[in-house]
Design a protein around this ligand. Structure first.
Ligand code: HEM
Length: 403
């Protein structure tokens, strides 16, 4: 993306293999603002994620647009308020400490973070406990394994042909059926008296009513949980893996993190999300022509706020390539977290990440727990970015030596 930007400037039009339409990338603050302010009536974001439908389900916030999307968003944001996040932090911290205490020698952070963020998701979001944990973990891992390859997910979404239980689509269908059955059992247990009051995200979703006073159906709850899983699991694991990949190469940052200043911890989280945002674009499909920062863009085009460029452009960030949490603190000239429209790891507008408060709390707790370790890279050169479904991960998984 940086190569495209250096060569063609802004905007630049690219072709992707997961959308039929050309995609126009914007990354300067004015253009990013314009993309995030586009009326969902003419620029639905849900349409860009259509290929997720077979797994995400038709009630999914990821696929809805307009009024329906806003209604669903009100419901889904309910559980993620600051107060509740603060209440959940000790549980996340305990899980993080348990994981980090096992780090000795060579560790592939991405693998460990996938396990940890799934564990956190199961307990905090699903409210799972005891033997439920093992069953859910197994079906989720099986299902995510079938959807993690973007090319095969796309191919399946297009073909969707029943070629027997061993074909990719057949395997996917069977995995999703098993996954759904396990979730419906969980919902039945949660609905029965006596199995609530644990304060999980699911408990809040279960207790909510829509605008007509109706409680959510099992299908609807299932799609909400899948949206949280799809939106939150790989993205958090990738962001944390990058944070470890960067930290290992910056011993001075580790040393300062160890001092335990909460403002510095916050700055490390922000800076990790800036310098290696896990999602690269926030796309919207234009159904009508639109003006974006003085450019007339025709209907039938995907326009995208390019997260990767906005967070990394040398003209928007001093020493953009450096991992420098200090830039977020007032002690540095121009500090205190500059341009909000260039720091967009969570996207923006009405589609901004619904789980952002949760993701930031989770990253804080994991990095706080990691501060006791000394981390070194296994090789000096930085890891390159590799795609894994919707996110970018370090190509060796964020390989570190921990002592
Ligand atoms: C560091 C981790 C994360 C990153 C980098 C991230 C990033 C994003 C981005 C870029 C979007 C699209 C925004 C747009 O189109 O403008 C998004 C949407 C979303 N994210 Fe996250 N996310 C993270 C963690 C989470 C977590 C932990 C959850 C839930 C527990 C979550 C749930 C969602 C949902 C439901 C949406 C769809 C919102 C909508 O369409 O209205 N995300 N996220």
């Amino acid at each position: 993306m940086r190569g495209v930007h250096a060569r063609f400037g802004e905007p630049a039009t690219i072709r992707t293999y997961w959308t039929e339409e050309p995609m126009v990338l914007f990354s300067s603050p004015d253009a990013v603002r314009a993309v995030f302010r586009l009326d969902p009536e003419i620029a639905p974001a849900g349409r860009s994620w259509e290929f997720l439908r077979p797994f995400a389900g038709s009630h999914s916030i990821l696929l809805l647009d307009g009024e329906e999307h806003l209604r669903e968003r009100r419901l889904m944001q309910g559980p993620f308020h600051g107060e509740r996040m603060r209440a959940l932090a000790p549980m996340v911290a305990a899980l993080a400490r348990a994981e980090l205490s096992t780090w000795r020698g060579r560790v592939v952070a991405l693998e460990r973070m996938r396990e940890l963020t799934l564990e956190i998701m199961l307990r905090v979001v699903f409210g799972a406990h005891d033997e439920e944990l093992d069953r859910l973990r197994a079906v989720i891992e099986e299902t995510l394994a079938t959807v993690r390859s973007l090319p095969s997910l796309l191919a399946m979404a297009v073909v969707r042909r029943e070629l027997g239980p061993r074909s990719p689509w057949g395997r996917f269908r069977i995995a999703v059926e098993r996954f759904d059955a396990t979730l419906f059992e969980l919902l039945a247990r949660r609905r029965s008296a006596g199995d609530r009051e644990r304060g999980s995200v699911l408990d809040v979703l279960l207790s909510q009513h829509d605008e007509d006073g109706r409680p959510p159906t099992d299908r609807h709850l299932r799609d909400e949980l899948v949206a949280l899983l799809v939106g939150g699991h790989d993205s958090s694991a990738a962001s944390l893996a990058w944070a470890f990949e960067r930290l290992a190469r910056y011993p001075t940052v580790q040393a300062r993190l160890r001092e335990g200043d909460p403002a510095y911890l916050d700055a490390v989280v922000k800076e990790a999300l800036r310098v290696r945002p896990a999602l690269t674009i926030a796309p919207r499909l234009l159904l009508e022509p639109a003006q974006i920062a003085g450019h007339a863009i025709p209907a039938g085009t995907q326009v995208a706020a390019c997260i990767w460029l906005a967070c990394r452009r040398g003209d928007l960030w001093p020493a953009a390539d450096e991992f420098r949490p200090e830039r977020w603190l007032s002690e540095e000239p121009g500090g205190r977290g500059p341009q909000s429209l260039s720091w967009i790891p969570f996207g923006g507008g009405v589609r901004r990440c619904a789980g952002a408060p949760f993701a930031e709390m989770e990253m804080r707790e994991v990095l706080r727990a990691a501060a006791v370790l000394s981390l070194r890279p296994t090789r000096a050169e930085p890891e390159r970015a590799r795609r894994s479904m919707l996110v970018l991960v370090p190509h060796r998984g964020g390989e570190v030596l921990a002592t």
